[in-house]
Design a binder for this molecule. Structure first.
Ligand code: SER
Length: 325
C-alpha cells in the first residue's frame, strides 16, 4: 500500500466527485482527503474538510494535519461564471493556485495536479487539429487564468522542482455529477432533458463544434499522467488530449437514435461567443507518445453509456442528488 496521502481540492465538483472515488480505489479511503468550499449534501466517504482555496492558512492546516503528499487542485470558476464575474474568477483561480504551489514548495509535496483547459486557446489559434504548442490568446477570464496557470506551473517546476502536472481538459461529460458554470455544460444537460422526455433548449448554435471527453477517459487520463515517470514528460503542465469533437446537432442526432422523440431548439446566448473563441479539434500526439494516452469513448459509445447509466440512476433517490449537487 502506498504511503501517499492525497488532498483533493474542489472534491464536490463535476470532476472532483468522480476523481475522488477513483483516487480512493488507488490510495485507500483513509488516504484521500476531500475538500470543498461547500459542505457535501449527502453522507461523506472518508475524510472531508471544508476549504476555500483562497484561504492559505486553512490550506496549510489541512496539509499539516494529514501530512499530505499529493494535491489534486480542481477548484475554479469556469468560463461562463467567470465572464459574469471576471474579478472573482481571477481571485479564486489565481490566488488559489498560488496558495497550492506555495504550500507544495514549502512542504515538499511530491506531486500536484492542476487542470488547464481548451479555454487557453483563442480566435487566432488554428481551430482544427490544434497543435500542442500554438498561439495562446485566450478571450475569457477563465482562459486567461488557465494560461497564466500553465506558465506558473512551468515556472514552479523549473525554479523550485515542484512536480506540477496538467491536462488541457476539453468539455467533460458525466452521469455521476453535473458541471457548473461552463460553456460545454450543455453536452451534459442535454442527456438529462432527453431521459426526462423533455425538449432541450441549447444555448449554443448548430455547427458549434467543440472538443469533449467522457468522464471515465478524463479520470483515467488524470491518473495515468500522474503515474507517468517524470522523465517521460516533455510537457508538464498542459497536455492536449483528444477523445471526440461534436456540434450540438450531432450529439442530438446520436441521442435520437435511442430516444426518437427527442427534440432540440437553439437559443444561443453569451456562451456562443465563448465557444467560438475556442477550437474544434485537437492534436494530442504528444500525450500519446510521452505517456501512452489513448481514449476509449467516442460519441456513439459515450451516448449509449450515458443513457444507460442515467436511466439506472433515474430510478433511485441518488438521481435527484446528482441533479442538484
Ligand atoms: N468545460 C469548461 C468550460 O466550459 C472548459 O474547460 O468552461
Amino acid at each position: 500500500m502506498s504511503k501517499d496521502v492525497v488532498l483533493v481540492i474542489g472534491a464536490g465538483g463535476q470532476i472532483g466527485t468522480v476523481l475522488s472515488e477513483a483516487l480512493r480505489a488507488v490510495y485507500g479511503v483513509a488516504n484521500v482527503i476531500c475538500s470543498d468550499i461547500n459542505q457535501p449534501r449527502g453522507s461523506v466517504i472518508g475524510y472531508f474538510e471544508k476549504l476555500d482555496v483562497v484561504d492559505a492558512k486553512r490550506l496549510k492546516e489541512i496539509v499539516q494535519k494529514y501530512k499530505v503528499t499529493q494535491i489534486y487542485h480542481l477548484a475554479a470558476l469556469l468560463s461562463a461564471t467567470g465572464e459574469k464575474n471576471p474579478q472573482l474568477a481571477w481571485k479564486v483561480n489565481m490566488e488559489g493556485l498560488m496558495n497550492v504551489l506555495e504550500i507544495a514548495r514549502q512542504h515538499n509535496i511530491k506531486k500536484i495536479f492542476h487542470p488547464s483547459s481548451i479555454a487557453v486557446f483563442g480566435g487566432h489559434t488554428p481551430k482544427k487539429n490544434t497543435p500542442q504548442s500554438t498561439i495562446l490568446e485566450p478571450e475569457t477570464m477563465y482562459g486567461i487564468t488557465k494560461k497564466a496557470g500553465e506558465d506558473l506551473g512551468n515556472y514552479y517546476f523549473a525554479k523550485y522542482g515542484v512536480d506540477v502536472r496538467g491536462i488541457r481538459y476539453p468539455g467533460i461529460i458525466s452521469y455521476q455529477s453535473l458541471p457548473g458554470g461552463g460553456t460545454t455544460d450543455y453536452a451534459v444537460d442535454i442527456f438529462h432533458k432527453a431521459i426526462a422526455g423533455e425538449a432541450f433548449e441549447c444555448f449554443l448554435k448548430e455547427g458549434t463544434q467543440l472538443p469533449m471527453m467522457y468522464m471515465p477517459d478524463a479520470v483515467r487520463a488524470t491518473l495515468e499522467l500522474m503515474e507517468a515517470p517524470v522523465e517521460k514528460l516533455s510537457q508538464h503542465y498542459a497536455y492536449n488530449l483528444h477523445a471526440m469533437s461534436f456540434a450540438p446537432e450531432e450529439i442530438a442526432a446520436e441521442i435520437k437514435k435511442h430516444i426518437p422523440d427527442f427534440t432540440v431548439n437553439y437559443k444561443p446566448d453569451f456562451r456562443q461567443q465563448i465557444a467560438e473563441s475556442w477550437i474544434e479539434t485537437i492534436d494530442d500526439s504528444v500525450a500519446r507518445s510521452d505517456w501512452g494516452w489513448k481514449h476509449e469513448y467516442d460519441l456513439s459509445s459515450m451516448t449509449i453509456d450515458m443513457i444507460t447509466n442515467l436511466r439506472k440512476l433515474q430510478k433511485t433517490k441518488a438521481y435527484d442528488e446528482t441533479k442538484f449537487l
